[in-house]
Each structure stands twice: as structure tokens, then as C-alpha cells.
Design a protein around this ligand. Sequence first.
Ligand code: PLP
Length: 467
Amino acid sequence: MDFLQLDTGAADPLYRQIYLRFRDAITQGLLQPGDRIPAARALALELGLARGTVESAYGLLTAEGYVEARGQAGTVVTPALARHAPVAPTPRHAPAHDNLGDAASTTMPFQMGIPALDAFPRKVWARLAARAVRAMRPQDMIYPPWAGLPELRIAIAAYLQLSRGIDCTPSQVFITNGYRNSMELVTRALLKPGDGVWVEDPGYPPTSDLLREAGMRVAPVAVDGEGVMVSHGIASAPQARAAIVTPGHQSPLCVSLSLPRRLALLDWAAQSGAWIVEDDYDGEYRYVSRPLPALQSLDREGRVLYSGTFSKVLFPAIRLAYIVVSPAQVPRFEEISRTFAASGPTLMQHIVADFMNEGHFARHIQRMRRLYAERREIAAEGLSAVLGKHVRIDPQPGGMHLILRMKGHHTDRAVAARMREHGMSALALSERGVLPHGASALLLAFTNVDTPERARELGKRILKLMA
Ligand SMILES: Cc1ncc(COP(=O)(O)O)c(C=O)c1O
């Protein structure tokens, strides 16, 4: 039994080492089907171990079918293994080449959707988080309520009333794990496969992707300077059961949906019994005036579902968002959020609720609005100064990114691809549409461009790529 070299200093217990040595010897053919293996007592004596140790290893080998006890005849390697290929589980190699995603990668310049992380009030957050952990009671360790923690739902309803003009009770607010989860609840609760759904074009690609995955028919509707062109939607897809829109700052063009269009959209939904999902992912960040009231605040027929997220106003890793539904839809959403286990970790919900209730949230948003107005200016000036010959920067009323319209012969796709090759993030507007359309522009987030020097330095890096 040369293969039975045991290592008394190893982390693996001795019984497991014996089991593994036998298993390897069998799968590598050192022990053949039908070969006898020593009796447990004899082997224990030989190895100077307790008999129970060897018996534990044999027990495992027997349970897994490597050996069979044959009474008086002793224990043998299972004869039936002769008919099978080697049975050892394939060894797991070091996961060097496993692709576990890019979560560890750092933020790249101009990366869309990332707030100014340097300005996040980490100290306050850490204090609230530590307090929430210390205050955890046994009831905080069971499953959270499906629709979300009551204190968070109450805090969100109060906040929406004040900041977005939305009149809702906490029971209308459903906490989710992010926008996609909110959309999943909407499609499951209100739509069925085959239903037509308007999406903005250009738009936010995950919206059409998730609708297609849910079996919906995506109906692109063009966007102009007043937002989504409702009359086009009515002409091209009048039977649609829903429209998913970004009225605050259209994603990605940043225009706000005009009042006539808002009313036309609400009329269409009321008359055709369709639903409107208002994706208000960054409605708070408007720089030319106070944030516009939400579309939902104009809805008298209960057709609008308001979708909010903490990704932009706090940070994306938080994975908390919410959907506000009309009172008539509350029972259906309670049912569906139970089935699809919406809501999120209790602890995180507690922390966010405390952050809101103690005034940090409102203060943070105000501070960020001022900071983004500044950074938007800094980024636009710095980039225009260097790249002015090649691009024109559209003034937008809000949002977290700039739109650099290409002036010369460069295409947005080519420049965006080169920027990505050189460690910067960039999105090409022409890639954001469902339908092919001509607009060529770069979408660059300004939230993490903190100084004029940085803006110019980044501009020079882009200029070099255009040479
Ligand atoms: C148009 C739009 N909707 C919604 C979201 C929010 O998604 P989530 O809650 O998954 O962060 C984003 C984030 O970038 C967005 O750009």
C-alpha cells in the first residue's frame, strides 16, 4: 500500500486522506475492480491509527460505490467499476481562467451611471451601518417582508411626495433589487408574452433586452427635442399594452418630455388601457431649474407606474430600487413580489431608511446637485477647449453625462471603440437605438471629472486617438 502515505500535519483529517488515497488508487487503476483491500483492523494496526479512523474512510468509499464489503471474503474494489470509465470527479483546477465578471475592475474615466463616489458621505454611512448591525434583533434575521421594510417604504413615500410631487401611500411602494427587478415585477404582474411595448429610440438597451427576454414585442418609438414622439407610437404600435419612458431626462438624450407630450401619453394610456412605466432613474439631477414633477403626478387614471432607484442618488452596488403602483394594483403586486422574492437584504434597507429619516439623503442630493452642476461645467469647458474642432457639446438641462456631437468625419463608434481600447469608457449614441439612425455622438459621464486640469487632460487623450 505504497500509495497510502499520510500527512499528519495536513489540514485534511486522516480518515479523509485515507479515503482520497484509495479513491485515487482506484480511479488511476492502481487498484483494479475485484482487488481486495486490507481489513480495517489490519490497516489501522499497520498505520498506527485508531480502527474507527480507517472505518470512517471505508464507510465513505462504500457509500460512494468504490468498494464493496463481501462479508467473510473481505472488502473488494467494486467489480462493476470494470464496466465504467474512471469515476473520480474531475479535479477542479485553480480558477485562473474562470471568468467571474468585471466586478473588480475600477471605475474608468467617463463611465456612465456611476455617481461621484469621492463625494459620498462615507463616514455618516459607516456610522449608520455600524449602528444598524449592532441593533440587529432576531426578527431582523428572518426573511424581510416581500414588499420591503415598512420604515423604508414610509421614508420613500414621504420623499416622493416632497421631491417628485407623487402622492402615494407607503403600501403603494414596492422595494426591489434594482430597475431590472422592478421591470420584472411589472411584466409579470401586468403584461403577458406577445404584448407590444413602446420603448424609446434611442433608449436604454437593458429595457428592450429584458422585454424581449420576457417574450414581449418591442416597439421602438423615436425621440426628438421634446422627448418620446407619442404620435409616432400611436401610429406605429397603437395596440401596445405599455410604454416605458424616461420623462425626466430621456436616456440617453437628456431631453425632458414636454407637457403636451406628457398629456398625450397619459391620454393614450387612459383610452387604450395601456400602462406607462416612468423610469425616473436620475430625475433629481436637473441643473437649470428645480427638478420637474414626475409624470406620475399628472396621472388621474392610475395608468403610471413610477420606477425609482438608489443607484444614482446613493451608489449602484446598493442594489435597491422601488416601484410605485396605483392603489388598485397593490394586491397584484403584493402577490407577484411574494412569488418573485423582490425586496432586498433587511440590513441594507434599515441603513437606507435611517439615512433618509435622519435628513442625510436630502442633504446628499442637494450637495450632489450643486457638485454635478459644477462638474458638468468643468467637463464641458475642458473638453470643448481641446476637442472643439471635432465635437459640439449640447447643453442639457440635467442628467449625469454629456453628449458630444461629432462634427467632422469621425464616427462615434470608431472614437468610442478607440477610447475603450485606451482605458476610457465611452458609449456611441448611434449604438443606443433599436432602429438604425444617423445621430453620431459620444456619451460621456462627467460625474467623476473633478478638476479643469483633469477635463483637459482627458480631452487631450481623446484628441490623440482622433489624430
Ligand atoms: C435609463 C436607466 N434606467 C434605470 C437605471 C437604473 O438601473 P439600476 O436600478 O439597475 O441601477 C439606469 C442606470 O444606469 C438607467 O440608465
